[in-house]
Design a protein around this ligand. Structure first.
Ligand SMILES: Nc1ncnc2c1ncn2[C@@H]1O[C@H](COP(=O)(O)OP(=O)(O)OP(=O)(O)O)[C@@H](O)[C@H]1O
Ligand SMILES: [Mg+2]
Length: 475
């Protein structure tokens, strides 16, 4: 391992344990110890006392030891971290849950015989403060991978959930922007504040009945035969749990139950009953939080959400300079050109990964060589991901987005209305919907809002428009 890898691994391990990243002194200590420096030398380089360095180091070894489940100190740091480098950090997330307090972990099935009865949150004031039990079911969540930055986003979401007591939170953004990854790290940060944590993906478009079944099976720890059979009864039971205990539920890939060919946020006909679940969770008083990850917000969330309300939407944007770490991971060269890549690919971590791998294999990592071709790379996997998103657009949305795409500069609402032969209300509805889907961006200028589209989406539209009707323009 080189020192960069050590810092990355240690940062991930500390993060799953504490929800915080390494600070600069911790990094300097790790670098120093890795390079066989003495504490006095490290202290000298960092302009602080040796005692302080020793204290920070000792806390760091303790955190790392607890996360790894084995004793780590200055003298065995190298060997221990090298052994651990291939382990998956998400397993530490789970392991951590087993190790802390009275935590019970539900690893593969909510009816596993190892699952304990529901937690007993009440404590009398005379009892010693012990951590309340936590039950976690992350079997449906993907593994945590390398993850950079997003400190601001994590802070905002933590505040929404823990301080503002947000009940329903939609994390929104285009595919690949990092909603799932962010939510996994958010959970790791705040898990100790909850008694139940469960993650369900809606990628296979399960019915409301199935989703409710999983949720209440997990919460009640009852066999399926004991569960209420109607959706109404299952909903009532779920709400009772949300009121009685602090539950954190993530429903990932929510867009899979929403409809294509219509404006953003409409349900597919057989999934409209999810609307009631979201309304109740958003409107009734309880102490839990439901996080929805989606390409677009369901309609009722758009109407219930507000800055000071318990229902919020959070739009996730691309990575800034943190995207450089993805380039570093893939061994890219020509760092002075990396900002161009971030800009061209909108800081979308998935797109950055795809283009990095291509530059690494075709250009031996030389970004400058790639940029000489003055083109964007639209690989097959990128195209098929984008196709899924564009296929969902309504006819009016398609017309509006093609109109924006045809302009070389950001375009104002006035220009769109002037140049398109569809009614103003249809144009406004289409713009609102495209914004909700994160497919267009609004730039505020002094007098007017201007709309634009990311370079990669533009390229996709330009190269995949053969079957589109030409845009009609008024003379
Ligand atoms: N902050 C980050 N640092 C490094 N890699 C990241 C970061 N965020 C996301 N990624 C990586 O980018 C890829 C896409 O992320 P993710 O799956 O979370 O996107 P998503 O928004 O959930 O996409 P979708 O809507 O298609 O589910 C994954 O490989 C993920 O590991
Ligand atoms: Mg996702």
């Amino acid at each position: 391992m080189n020192v960069e890898e050590v810092l990355k691994l240690a940062d991930e391990l500390v993060f799953v344990k504490t929800g915080k990243h390494l600070n600069s002194l911790q990094q300097d200590i790790l670098k120093g110890v890795w390079n066989s420096q003495k504490y006095a030398e490290i202290a000298n380089n960092c302009n602080c006392t040796e005692t302080h360095v020793k204290k920070v180091a000792s806390d760091l070894w303790k955190t790392l030891s607890e996360t790894l489940g084995e004793r780590l100190n200055k003298s065995n740091l190298k060997a221990t971290l090298e052994r651990s480098q291939f382990a998956n950090v998400s397993s530490y997330f789970l392991q951590d849950s087993v190790h802390i307090g009275n935590v019970n972990l539900c690893t593969d099935n909510v009816h596993s015989p190892t699952v304990s009865p529901p937690p007993q949150p009440q404590q009398t004031s005379t009892q010693k403060t012990t951590k309340p039990p936590i039950r976690i079911d992350l079997t449906n969540a993907p593994e945590a991978k390398s993850f950079y930055d997003r400190y601001t986003e994590l802070n905002i979401l933590e505040k929404y959930i823990l301080e503002d007591k947000c009940r329903l939170l939609a994390v929104l953004g285009i595919s690949g922007i990092g909603k799932t990854a962010l939510s996994i790290h958010l959970l790791a940060n705040i898990k100790h504040k909850f008694q139940y944590i469960i993650w369900r993906s809606l990628s296979t478009s399960p019915s409301l009945q199935t989703t409710l079944k999983y949720l209440i099976k997990f919460l009640s720890n009852q066999p399926e035969t004991e569960l209420p059979t109607t959706n109404d009864d299952r909903l009532s039971l779920l709400l009772e749990y949300l009121q009685k205990y602090r539950c954190l539920i993530v429903l990932d890939d929510l867009q899979m139950i929403l409809n294509g060919g219509k404006l953003a946020g409409n349900y597919q006909p057989e999934y409209e009953d999810y609307s009631l679940l979201f309304k109740l969770v958003g409107e009734l008083s309880h102490k839990s939080c439901l996080i929805l990850n989606s390409w677009e917000p369901p309609l009722e969330i758009s109407s219930l959400a507000g800055e000071n309300l318990p229902v919020r939407c959070f739009k996730l944007n691309g990575l800034g300079k943190a995207g450089f770490e993805i380039f570093r991971e893939n061994g890219l060269l020509d760092e002075d050109k990396w900002s161009v890549l971030i800009n061209n690919y909108g800081g979308n971590p998935l797109w950055l990964k795809i283009v990095s791998r291509m530059i690494s294999s075709l250009f031996n990592g030389r970004v400058a060589e790639y940029l000489k071709y003055d083109c964007l790379f639209l690989s097959e996997d990128l195209t098929s991901g984008l196709r899924q998103q564009f296929q969902r657009l309504s006819d009016f949305e398609k017309q509006v987005i093609f109109q924006i795409c045809n302009e070389s500069e950001p375009v104002s609402m006035f220009n769109l209305v002037e140049n398109m032969e569809i009614s103003i209300s249809d144009i406004l509805a289409a713009i609102q919907s495209l914004e909700r889907r994160s497919l267009i961006e609004k730039i505020e200028n002094s007098s007017d809002a201007l709309f634009t589209i990311q370079p990669l989406l533009k390229l996709y539209l330009q190269t995949n428009t053969q079957n589109q009707k030409p845009i009609t323009q008024r003379k």
